[in-house]
Design a protein around this ligand. Structure first.
Ligand SMILES: Nc1ncnc2c1ncn2[C@@H]1O[C@H](COP(=O)(O)OP(=O)(O)OP(=O)(O)O)[C@@H](O)[C@H]1O
Ligand SMILES: [Mg+2]
Length: 583
């Protein structure tokens, strides 16, 4: 909980003010019965003045009481305001920090936490700890004051009333302990089932098209229902436990009041207490027991808040798996070298890349081809350090990628992902994602080279057309071309296309490469593709086979020397002919 404290410390002053005002408010509440006592005993019954009632005293005490109550209200409002300031700011800070941490998570870390859980943590768990802090500042202070202050006030009326508290106290304590003990383990379960519900929800909303295409609504519904049922059951159990609390408290409270009335009656008869005193005692005992009841609720918030706090700390204290290097690397021409690189995914175990040795010259265009699952994406993901190599090293401009600051490295290397992700904003903003200060000309130049300009102009609002979530309002090829525009605009030294042209027809693709040679010459390019036609004109082509370099050379060289390449070539040629020459 150390981290949580450090976030709360910033607002200690507001928290203190909130508690102080709360104390003041409770003092007023505790003082009120005393004034009531004065009105009844001395004003109405005239005890102490020979049974003559004192109207003036009634009126003046009454007026005083109104002012005291008003002051109490003001204290209460101030306390609520400062509690809010503390709680909201505290929660806001945590939410922001969690978000920024999640942004810096490696792919592996995000996979480990799961998206659903991260969503729950940053929303519901933050609310829980916020609730806890606010309860502690106000509720805890309030009920402790009522308990301690009320007891003192009650005993100051008459010591014999203490007997009644002494009897009621253990019963209530046992009740509270029982409920806290039974509900406590349920809270972790509750948050975990929330994770599941959020995860399934998120998967299904983003994968809605697949679910529909495969008519999986029923299966998904039952998957959701199962997760949701656990959530409902757990919540039900918690509420069931809590429902024991209030009635038991009420019974104890009522018995205690009866006790006070009885003891009071005996004393009034004996002449050792006045009726007003008994009235005040009844108010005090309700305040004391209500305070205890609140304490039980606070324990609930506490145990739930602590569970959430721990879950948030996991996010807050997670070190980014990829640490920054020292930086200060400066620009370079864009050479890449793989030195004996091997790689496996941490949770997979099987080696995906084996002893890769490869030098890519500045300004060179390298085509990469290979069967699906042969490790092409994995190979290029290592260059901007989406993952770290397991063995060996990768150097960009002669410097190990681990020695770069991540941001600097990713400035140098632009990767156009296999699956183009667009955001729900304008086409312009989608393109200028990596270069927010790009001019209109630069954006158009990139879009033209990416063969996107023409279709963008045909959209409703041209470059200002809003794209639907995840780019769903555009065709696959249109999405790819916007993603390519985005990559080109960054004008990085190294440009990587991971199957980024798969949805383009051969003609458009050829135009794109021509435009690249013309407008973006000088960049080192790595082009992953399934079709030989996409890489045929590259300076060299790398053939990956089962995570190993099978061959490396120009198209013509490979046609002569590499059987794997020839095989790919022939199979595509056959397919091509089989389709009657249609591309
Ligand atoms: N995030 C991941 N976690 C674990 N294993 C992975 C992950 N991504 C890929 N793999 C595994 O690594 C191997 C290589 O995958 P990779 O994505 O590099 O292939 P690829 O050549 O790009 O294939 P494709 O042409 O289909 O895109 C596959 O066997 C795959 O199962
Ligand atoms: Mg791939």
């Amino acid at each position: 909980m150390k981290t949580m404290w450090s976030y709360l410390k910033k607002y200690w002053f507001f928290a203190l003010l909130a508690s102080a005002f709360m104390v003041a408010e409770v003092f007023v509440d505790l003082y009120q019965p005393r004034m009531m006592e004065t009105i009844v005993d001395r004003g109405v019954l005239g005890i102490g003045s020979g049974g003559v009632s004192d109207v003036n005293l009634v009126v003046s005490t009454g007026i005083r009481m109104i002012f005291v109550v008003l002051a109490g209200c003001a204290f209460g409002i101030c306390s609520a305001i400062f509690t809010n300031i503390t709680g909201q700011n505290f929660g806001n800070d945590i939410r922001k920090k969690c978000f920024s941490n999640i942004m810096h998570f490696s792919f592996q870390q995000t996979d480990d936490f799961t998206t659903g859980s991260l969503v729950t943590r940053i929303t519901n768990d933050v609310t829980q700890v916020q609730q806890l802090v606010m309860q502690m500042i106000r509720g805890f202070v309030r009920c402790m004051m009522f308990f301690v202050g009320g007891t003192i006030a009650l005993l100051s009326l008459d010591l014999s009333f203490g007997m009644i508290i002494a009897c009621a106290f253990p019963v209530i304590l046992i009740d509270v302990i029982f409920v806290v003990w039974r509900t406590n383990p349920l809270f972790l379960l509750l948050q975990n089932s929330l994770d599941k519900v959020n995860g399934i929800m998120q998967e299904n909303v983003s994968g809605a098209r697949v679910v529909k295409a495969f008519v999986q609504e029923k299966t998904e519904q039952s998957r959701f229902d199962a997760a949701n049922q656990t959530l409902v059951d757990t919540q039900f159990n918690v509420q069931m436990m809590l429902s024991f609390l209030r009635p038991v408290m009420n019974i104890v409270l009522n018995i205690a009041v009866v006790g006070i009335i009885y003891v009071g009656m005996v004393q009034v008869r004996q002449g050792s207490a006045a009726p007003g005193t008994v009235m005040a005692a009844i108010t005090y005992i309700s305040q004391i027991l209500n305070g205890m009841m609140m304490l039980a609720m606070i324990f609930q918030t506490l145990s739930r808040g602590l569970v959430s706090g721990r879950r948030l700390e996991e996010v807050l204290t997670a070190e980014p798996a990829l640490a920054d290097g020292k930086g200060d690397t400066g620009p370079g021409p864009g050479s890449i070298s793989f030195k004996n690189v091997s790689f496996d995914y941490p949770d997979n175990g099987a080696k995906v890349l084996h002893n890769i040795n490869l030098e890519i010259r500045p300004g060179e265009t390298l085509g990469v081809i290979g069967a699906t699952g042969s490790g092409k994406t994995s190979l290029v993901n290592l260059i901007p350090r989406f993952y770290d190599v397991t063995e060996g090293a990768i150097e960009v401009d002669g410097i190990n990628v681990k020695d770069y600051k991540l941001a600097e490295l990713r400035e140098k290397v632009t990767l156009c992902l296999q699956k183009s992700e667009l955001f729900a904003t304008t086409i312009r903003d989608n393109i200028s994602l990596g270069k927010k200060d790009a001019t209109e000309e630069e954006i158009i130049r990139a879009a033209k080279a990416a063969q996107a300009h023409d279709f963008i102009l045909q959209q409703k609002d041209g470059y200002d057309t809003e794209v639907a979530e995840r780019g769903m309002s555009l065709s696959g090829g249109q999405r790819q071309r916007i993603a390519i525009s985005r990559a080109l605009l960054k004008e990085a030294e190294i440009l990587i296309f991971d199957d980024s042209t798969s949805a383009l027809d051969l003609r458009t693709e050829a135009d794109l490469y021509k435009a690249l040679d013309r407008d973006y010459a000088g960049m080192t390019r790595i082009i992953i593709a399934q079709r030989i036609a996409s890489v045929k004109n590259a300076d060299r082509i790398l053939v990956l086979d089962g995570g190993r370099i099978s061959a490396l050379g120009s198209h013509d060289e490979l046609m002569e020397t590499s059987p794997v390449y020839q095989e790919i070539y022939e199979s595509q040629l056959k397919l091509h002919e089989g389709k009657g020459g249609a591309a």
